[in-house]
Design a protein around this ligand. Structure first.
Ligand SMILES: C[S@@+](CC[C@H](N)C(=O)[O-])C[C@H]1O[C@@H](n2cnc3c(N)ncnc32)[C@H](O)[C@@H]1O
Length: 228
């Protein structure tokens, strides 16, 4: 008997749902310009949290936990760059942090962030351009799911470096398949070699989205730098 894919999918709800989740994910990763990416997130904002939970997305919890072992002061001003709906801020708030600023370039995602009521400030801004903050405004910056394919380029690292203070902490997870390929490794090493920051930590490479059909084998690691 021949089983057509469409019949198979009808019978397999979970797989069908996770395939459609992967489609959304792949649309975001495959964005070739910022306008398209903004459109993807504008239509995803309401379902984003539930979808990412179903994919088993681990970066927000992992990166927040890593930040917590470097920033002991719970009043530390922290920028959540590319905050999206505020998943990272939620973990940080649960860990006791009370001075959180969210920044994103999707108004619809920021709408969801505002609803959480955990950020002191929620700002629109483009991480490929000058961020709407003075130099050295934050003692820590965390950017999760942002320095990746279809999103923010390595040049965006200079922007978050500018708004973080001397001896401040920057926490960023990267995926193994984009770390070298998209130039992140080269850029961060250049910043290390020119004395802009020093690496404090890199967690082991581990699965990022274990329940994604297409990305279950993608590995990610959280990196931490201290600014010189
Ligand atoms: C995968 S989501 C990550 C959201 C959140 N940090 C998380 O981990 O759930 C990527 C976010 O980056 C934002 N983003 C992408 N490019 C951006 C840019 N150039 N400037 C600001 N935000 C950007 C998107 O709007 C989206 O909310």
């Amino acid at each position: 008997m021949v089983v057509r894919m469409s019949d198979f999918l009808k019978k397999n709800d979970l797989l069908e749902k996770n395939l459609s989740l992967d489609l959304k994910l792949n649309r975001a990763y495959g964005a070739s310009n910022p306008e398209y990416l903004q459109k993807v997130y504008s239509t995803w904002a309401l379902d984003y949290d539930a979808d990412l939970a179903r994919l088993g997305y681990r970066f927000p919890s992992l990166a927040s936990a890593v930040l917590a072992r470097h920033c002991l002061n719970r009043q530390t001003p922290i920028l959540d760059a590319g905050a999206g709906t505020g998943l990272v801020g939620t973990w940080l708030h649960d860990l006791g942090y009370r001075n959180l600023t969210a920044l994103d370039f999707s108004e619809e995602m920021l709408q969801e962030t505002r609803k959480r009521g955990i950020y002191s400030r929620v700002k629109w801004g483009d991480m490929e351009a000058r961020l709407p903050f003075d130099d050295e405004s934050f003692e820590a910056v965390i950017a999760v799911g942002v320095f990746t394919q279809g999103h923010v380029s390595p040049a965006g690292l200079d922007g978050i470096h500018r708004v973080c203070c001397t001896e401040g902490t920057i926490v960023i997870p990267f995926t193994e398949n984009t770390w070298e390929k998209l130039g992140f490794k080269e850029k961060v090493q250049k910043m290390e070699n020119t004395g802009k920051w020093k690496r404090l930590e890199q967690t082991p490479w581990a699965p990022v989205m274990p329940f994604s059909a297409d990305h279950k084998n993608d590995l990610g690691a959280v990196f931490v730098w201290q600014l010189n």
